[in-house]
Design a protein around this ligand. Structure first.
Ligand code: NAD
Length: 335
């Protein structure tokens, strides 16, 4: 039995807490929201973030970061990537022993293009950094909390770290975890797929159908491959659970916050209106800035990602901008 600390008791943090406690591990969840912490401790629910399902009675929550960090040697990061650097700085103030950091958040930092593993290395004193694992794959909290079959990858250059997280989260009834070593590939794929999910929502909001969505997923995957491989990813990772798997679920499921936000934009709302109607984080909007900068820096051809950027930040009219994609030069299908 292991002890786990989960930083961020939102929908995904709560679902991960449920799996770990179902698997007989001891879990403490940290969140800045007193309301969420109190609801988890009193009622074992988290209705704002995760309206369905229930946490196990033994999952505790706290607003005390020092207590949460001291509780275990495994720290799961499940806060929005926009606050990860801030939260890591806070953790670095209270950490007193070596910890394995596991990231389950999905996004890239604008301007620096840093992946979460790189931010952890920058912010956590190396004396206290045991290693880093990315836990990623097609997974909506709403399904996991209800015990629906889900498969993820636990990725680390250090196989024993990846295997430790694989063992903690795997069970024989609903959750299965593979290991992988390609951290760059997994972190890039899991960030970029949210931008394609925004596009998927936009085309759905515009009234396009399944043909369009299938084409978008396929061509979106090619763009993800171009960017990820340029940054050093193993091409095989693109077709794995954290690549194609996560892309499919996030582009096709109404649980996807990125899809939902895209749908609102396709239906005529601007980004600010769409985000103000969401109670959970929409990572694709922020990752689109980082991807737009990356594309320019490395001169990568990624027209779908650029289209999303133009619609949400340059206020292009969605339908016109999508139709413009159809007017690109005719050519061979480059894969
Ligand atoms: N929801 C899912 O199904 C799912 C699945 C896989 C990955 N993810 C990823 O997990 C990450 C979190 O997503 P989510 O859906 O759980 O978001 P969420 O909005 O439900 O929860 C985020 C939580 O972080 C807390 N938080 C925000 N800033 C904080 C701070 N400075 N200090 C402490 N706590 C803070 C919030 O109070 C909230 O409870 C995202 O990167 C998302 O892409 C989500």
């Amino acid at each position: 039995m292991e002890r786990l600390t989960i930083i961020g008791a939102g929908s995904w943090g709560s679902a991960l807490g449920k799996i770990a406690s179902d698997n007989s591990h001891q879990v403490i969840m940290y969140d800045q929201s007193e309301e969420i912490v109190s609801e988890i401790n009193r009622f074992h629910t988290n209705k704002t973030k995760l309206p369905v399902g229930k946490l196990n009675d033994n999952v505790k929550a706290t607003t005390d970061l020092k207590e949460a960090i001291a509780y275990s040697d495994i720290i799961l990061l499940v806060v929005p990537t926009s606050v990860i650097r801030i939260v890591l700085k806070e953790i670095n103030q209270v950490i007193t022993s070596k910890k394995l950091f596991v990231n389950a958040s999905k996004g890239l930092e604008p301007n620096t293009f840093k992946r979460v593993s790189e931010i952890v290395t920058e912010e956590i004193n190396s004396d206290y950094l045991e290693g880093f694992v990315a836990l990623s794959g097609p997974s909506h909290a709403e399904e996991v909390i209800l015990g629906m079959l889900t498969l993820l990858t636990s990725t680390s250059p250090n196989l024993s770290h990846a295997q430790l997280i694989q063992r903690i989260f795997s069970n024989q009834s609903y959750f299965r975890v593979y290991t992988l070593a390609d951290l760059v590939g997994v972190e890039i794929c899991s960030s970029l797929k949210n931008i394609i999910a925004l596009a998927s929502g936009i085309i759905a909001g515009l009234g396009y159908g399944d043909n369009t969505r299938a084409a978008l997923i396929t061509r979106g995957l090619v763009e993800i491959k171009r960017i990820a491989c340029k940054l050093g990813a193993d091409e095989k990772t693109i077709f794995g659970l954290a690549g194609l798997g996560d892309l499919i679920v996030t582009c096709t499921s109404t649980h996807s916050r990125n899809f939902q936000a895209g749908y609102k934009i396709g239906s005529g709302k601007n980004l600010e209106q769409a985000l103000s109607e969401m109670t959970m984080v929409v990572e694709g909007a922020r990752s689109a800035i980082a991807a737009h900068q990356l594309i320019a820096r490395f001169n990568i051809y990624a027209p779908i990602i650029e289209t999303v950027y133009d619609i949400i930040y340059n206020k292009f009219e969605p339908k016109e901008r999508i139709i413009k994609l159809m007017q690109n030069d005719l050519k061979e299908e480059d894969l």
